[in-house]
Design a protein around this ligand. Structure first.
Ligand code: FES
Ligand code: FE2
Length: 394
């Protein structure tokens, strides 16, 4: 059911995969061209595990949520048993888009065109008048062969991940290196200890920029002193270190994240977090499109939802430990943390949008990297180039 319909571009990527001191970044066209955007959907995001949306966007059983995935209409359902499923948002009859608005308290999906009905598991249950007026069943028409087409999905840290091509590695292998890296902080229970406040779904920020720029910007701490003076005051650049965690993960960490001291926040903490590392924090880009932040008393995930080559919605979801997510006693702390991250991501908008504009310039030939500060972003460029080259060599 899945196939790449997009043309494979001929782009010379040899300079991108060079060692950092002589490398150039991805060419400007890969940030601006609609055809390459579709190419990336099928060959980068679609071939691995990409973040689609958050479970918190379907808080009730019996919910439907349509989501655009780089131009493909998808449908997330939450069954009456609370299971999350993902389907192509396309009616099996004549290909009508089934759901155009989020909906709660639904028993299923009724197509607005000829009223075929699917349950929340995607099973075709009714085909009214298919055999003429009053004849709803035909002997030679099989409902079972016309269910909704499902998309492989997996839940982790409140994120609904999808693998469009259906043949990526197991999710456990995909996430394994990160879970291993963070086990000394989180303990064996890992991300299952984190809870999203029921009153605070994701915060959306729309940027006029390609999704890759948001990843690149998140990978490095180099820009902190100039773009994030407040953050730099409680988590300064010189207390940061680079992270290259696996082939599909890079970012930066801080030895001195001290918002709790500056803003007086006080929240439940990970029980297994080492006493001598209470001010440690890590910020990792999980390629292709999920940005993660881990502190002793909260975590966040950002899903980059690419809408077009030059347009991305950044969805930010915070989560906390124990009763830190719900108790009124922690409302002030949660507000301070939310405000701090909204400020940080807000400050980044001009940077990613400014880079996007300049990607149209003939004066841009991929840019160069600081061999010290840009190690994590160079790693991301290498990963992107590898995926392009793998597709080109198919
Ligand atoms: S297209 Fe959906 S019922 Fe006809
Ligand atoms: Fe930033």
């Amino acid at each position: 059911m899945y196939g790449s319909s997009t043309q494979i571009p001929t782009i010379d990527l040899d300079t991108v995969t060079k060692p950092i001191s002589s490398a150039r970044g991805m060419p400007g066209l890969t940030y601006t061209d609609p055809q390459l955007f579709a190419f990336e959907r099928d060959n980068l995001l679609g071939k691995t595990w990409a973040g689609l949306t958050f479970v918190s966007e379907l808080p009730l059983n019996g919910s439907l949520l349509p989501v655009d995935f780089m131009g493909l209409p998808l449908l997330v359902t939450r069954t009456n048993e609370g299971q999350i499923k993902v389907f192509h948002n396309v009616c099996s009859h004549r290909g009508m888009t089934l759901v155009s608005e989020p909906k709660d308290q639904s028993r299923g999906v009724r197509c607005p065109y000829h009223s075929w009905f699917y349950d929340l598991d995607g099973m075709l249950k009714a085909t009214p008048h298919i055999g003429g007026s009053g004849i709803h069943v035909l002997d030679d028409f099989s409902c079972a062969e016309n269910n909704l087409k499902s998309v492989r999905c997996h839940l982790w840290m409140g994120i609904i991940f999808i693998n469009l091509s259906a043949d990526a590695e197991d999710f456990a292998d995909f996430i394994g290196p990160l879970e291993e890296r963070w086990a000394p902080f989180m303990g064996p229970a890992g991300v299952s200890q984190l809870t999203v406040p029921s009153a605070q779904g994701p915060i959306a920020i729309e940027v006029t920029a390609n999704w890759k720029l948001a990843v690149e910007n998140y990978c490095e701490a180099y820009h902190l002193p100039w773009v994030h003076p407040a953050l730099n005051s409680y988590s300064p650049l010189d207390k940061h270190y680079n992270i290259v965690a696996a082939k599909n993960m890079s970012g930066q960490g801080s030895y001195a994240y001290t918002l709790c001291d500056v803003a007086g926040t006080e929240l439940p903490q990970f029980e297994k977090w080492p006493e001598d590392k209470l001010r440690h924090a890590e910020y990792i880009s999980l390629y292709p499109n999920v940005l993660l932040g881990l502190q002793v008393d909260h975590a966040f995930a950002m899903i980059l939802q690419p809408l077009a080559a030059d347009k991305t919605i950044e969805k930010l979801q915070l989560s906390y430990l124990a009763d830190g997510a719900e108790s009124n006693n922690y409302q002030v702390s949660r507000d301070a943390i939310t405000e701090s991250w909204q400020q940080v991501f807000g400050e980044d908008i001009f940077a990613v949008e400014g880079m996007q504009k300049a990607r149209h310039s003939p004066g841009f030939t991929g840019g160069v990297f600081s061999p010290v500060q840009d190690v994590p972003s160079h790693h991301f460029h290498g990963w992107v180039a590898d995926q392009y080259q793998a597709a080109q060599n198919q």
